[in-house]
Design a protein around this ligand. Structure first.
Ligand code: GAP
Length: 464
């Protein structure tokens, strides 16, 4: 258990910053919140959009072998019979007989029971474990299906029962033949989509790490059987490279192979890219070799032929599938945690008596919700008009903020805390030379730049 390094205070700081600066709020807060839901505020919505855009660019736009779709959340109930979710998408549930708290048995075995009195090493059987909250006795394990059930139309009977999708992947499998017919793709090729998924999690928690409503960014890569292992290695490497290219520290990322007993019913092999979250290492992005399981199941239940015929070689087969599946909200949490830095004594204040801890969110410029802040040194003309002119010329191409309130140091600190990579100061020389000072968030270096060069400069610096 000693390997579990925890940084609970970091999580508290991120939650507080997220609320204070408008990244994330507790859902339905005015009614006291509802079951671990969160709403993205103005900055959070921008950050999440940038994360999705970065993923879409790398997985779809830059590749000529991947296309994107956007399928319905409510699917034909047979989908879930075929995929195995109706029968097997369950989590093992235990209740405490004393305090009535509910836990996932697998999580208790994995280490959430760490530090419990009487337990020297990680338990092998749930019977060895007692309630981590009150030490009470636990019930036997019951399997609990995670699908959210609802009814299509006005009558609430079994014939009208449908489910909110627990993964976006099935929307891709049921459209395999449609995409093949309407695009000129040849195996190997991928179909990607991002969107909401729903799971009635027993124990949601750790902020937006595990929620009941969340977003996924998934890609199903269809390959010739026999080439699946090679492609698996490719996409596994891609996952690590993507996070590192967006600034996440390599030492906070690692791969974790699933044991045979841990594998999902459809998987031949699964490797998780894990992040060192404040409570320990946990899954961020899973890569699974789903074989031909899904296509064969959907072919069997729908009666449609979902095999592939190579137009050049004439060979016919059901493709294997390699699936990198990432949670958008988990990615957002990872970027926030990894970017967070506190500087003791600050770096913008030189006066000893007012020195304080300063926060810098070192988000990759492509992910930062605000790309540049325009800061006139005076609210009066002619600086105000020039600053407005700059704001108007950049807005629409970049997300920018205008701030003319408070000392320049305080304004820098406000922007550092939300991760704005560039601050543009309009000063008393600007009316004469039509130049502004651009300050870099990370190096704090300042550069004098002509107003007309700002647009191209930002485009170059904040792109990916
Ligand atoms: N299609 C395969 C699939 O859904 P998964 O490992 O169950 O695989 C993929 O989910 C990713 O979705 C996870 O790695 C995680 O990032 C995210 N995810 C899963 N359940 C989640 C939840 N309850 N809350 C937030 N993110 C979740």
């Amino acid at each position: 258990m000693a390997d579990i390094e925890t940084r609970p205070e970091l999580m508290e700081k991120i939650v507080a910053l997220a609320k204070r600066r408008g990244f994330l709020y507790p859902g339905s807060e005015i009614y006291g919140g509802v079951g671990s839901t969160y709403d993205y505020g103005p900055l959070g919505a921008l950050l999440k959009m940038n994360v999705k855009q970065a993923w879409w660019k790398s997985v779809v736009e830059r590749r000529d072998d991947v296309v994107g779709i956007d399928s319905a959340i409510i699917m034909h109930p047979k989908t879930w019979e075929a995929s195995g979710h109706l029968q097997g998408f369950t989590d093992p549930l235990v209740d405490c007989k004393g305090c009535r708290k509910r836990f996932r048995a697998d999580h208790l075995l994995e280490g959430e029971s760490a530090g419990m009195p009487g337990l020297k090493e990680r338990p092998k059987d749930i019977k060895e474990v007692r309630c981590p909250e009150c030490g009470g006795e636990l019930t036997d394990v019951r399997q609990f299906n995670l699908m959210f059930k609802t009814f299509m139309g006005p009558v609430e009977d079994e014939a009208a029962a449908t489910y909110l999708r627990p993964e976006t992947a099935q929307g891709i499998f049921v459209n395999f033949a449609n995409v093949l017919q309407t695009s000129r793709l040849r195996v190997p090729f991928g179909i990607a989509q991002m969107g909401k998924s729903f799971r009635n999690e027993i124990t949601p928690g750790n902020f937006i790490f595990r929620t009941r409503e969340f977003e996924q960014m998934e890609m199903e890569y269809f390959v010739k059987p026999g080439t699946d292992e090679e492609w698996f290695e490719f996409w596994k490497g891609f996952m690590m490279d993507w996070f590192v290219s967006l600034g996440v520290k390599e030492e906070n990322l690692r791969f974790q192979e699933h044991d045979k007993e841990e594998l999902s019913h459809y998987s031949k092999r699964t490797v998780d890219l894990e992040y060192r979250f404040p409570w320990g290492w946990a899954e961020l992005w899973g890569c699974a070799n789903r074989t031909d399981f899904d296509l064969k199941q959907h072919a069997a239940l729908s009666g449609k032929d979902l095999s592939y015929r190579d137009p050049v070689t004439g060979e016919s087969y059901v493709p294997y599938v390699v699936e990198p599946a990432l949670g958008t909200d988990r990615a957002v949490l990872t970027f926030l945690l990894d970017a967070y830095e506190e500087i003791e004594g600050g770096r913008t204040t030189t006066t000893e008596s007012v020195k304080e801890v300063e926060t810098v969110l070192r988000l990759h410029p492509a992910l930062a919700p605000v790309k540049a802040a325009i800061l006139p040194l005076s609210k009066k003309e002619p600086l105000a008009a020039l600053a407005r002119e700059i704001r108007d010329s950049l807005a629409g191409r970049h997300s920018v903020q205008y701030d003319d309130t408070g000392s320049i140091g305080r304004r820098y600190r406000r922007q550092d805390e939300i991760g704005t990579p560039y601050c543009i100061t309009v000063d008393f020389d600007t009316p004469q030379d039509r130049k502004v000072t651009v300050r870099d968030r990370d190096t704090m270096e300042q550069e004098r730049v002509p107003i007309d060069d700002l647009g191209p400069m930002l485009a170059e610096k904040v792109g990916i």
